[in-house]
Ligand binder design. Structure first.
Ligand SMILES: C[S@@+](CC[C@H](N)C(=O)[O-])C[C@H]1O[C@@H](n2cnc3c(N)ncnc32)[C@H](O)[C@@H]1O
Length: 233
């Protein structure tokens, strides 16, 4: 297991039970809005959808609520996040339409073109080879199927210094205040992770190189989040 994978597993292992409450709080309540926009990119007639890095199933549940005939498979490498996700799915009464499975984005346990659409959220910062992972994600979507992702981004212009202040000082402190040591670690990790990822990875090129066409991107909440979507060629 690579150092990056090991770190991601260790980071998320203690977070499952409180993930949704704290993620909501620490993103200034923008997270749910971003997820809704992400899910709105998926056509309602996409009936078999794969949600990768599904975590506590927030996106999978949103996908199910939006289209009543839809079936969703959520996949994540963290058993602990999935355990919290299963409780949430049952509570939402969606157990018959959402299946959560343990697995890695780099080696999806599915055949070519098995899904009508695919979503993934906050994933590519945690993989060693984002380009290869993008190709693997595209592989399991049928030609003409939609792929959409949500990721944090770095705001530009006047918002940039405020963002730096937020991720360097406020985020770790707020994380500690609301969730103790586990969320302090997340708070400290997020800024460099987001900054580093966008500095080294040409995101839209990655999508096109993976055989995805009609690629669009929308920056949300003064550029703190980005949704990218496109169609499998
Ligand atoms: C920030 S959480 C996002 C969870 C969920 N998508 C959401 O929107 O709340 C990131 C998730 O990615 C998962 N993850 C990280 N690297 C992964 C990989 N290589 N394969 C599968 N899941 C991965 C983590 O276990 C974690 O649950």
């Amino acid at each position: 297991m690579s150092a990056r994978t090991a770190h991601a597993r260790q980071l998320f292992a203690p977070l499952g039970p409180n993930y949704d409450r704290f993620a909501d709080l620490l993103s200034f309540r923008q997270d749910p809005r971003w997820r809704r926009f992400l899910v709105s990119r998926i056509p309602d007639d996409a009936l078999r959808v794969l949600d990768v890095a599904s975590g506590t199933a927030a996106v999978a549940i949103e996908l199910a609520r939006r289209s009543p005939e839809r079936r969703i498979v959520g996949i994540d490498q963290s058993a602990e996040m999935l355990a919290a996700g299963r409780t949430r799915v049952e509570r939402a009464g969606l157990g018959s339409r959402i299946e959560l499975r343990e697995g890695r984005a780099e080696e999806l346990p599915f055949g070519d073109g098995e899904f009508d659409a695919l979503t993934f959220t906050y994933l590519l910062r945690y993989v060693d080879d984002p380009a290869a992972t993008m190709r693997e994600l595209a592989r399991v979507v049928r030609p003409g199927g939609t792929i959409a992702m949500l990721e944090f981004a770095v705001p530009r212009g006047l918002w940039r210094p405020l963002w730096e202040l937020y991720v360097r000082a406020l985020l770790p402190a707020a994380g500690y205040a609301v969730g103790g040591r586990g969320w302090w670690d997340v708070g400290r990790f997020l800024g460099p992770s987001i900054r580093g990822f966008h500095a080294r990875v040409p995101l839209l090129d990655l999508w096109r190189d993976a055989g995805i066409v009609d690629v669009h991107a929308r920056r949300l909440s003064v550029g703190g989040g980005i949704v990218v979507w496109g169609v499998r060629a």
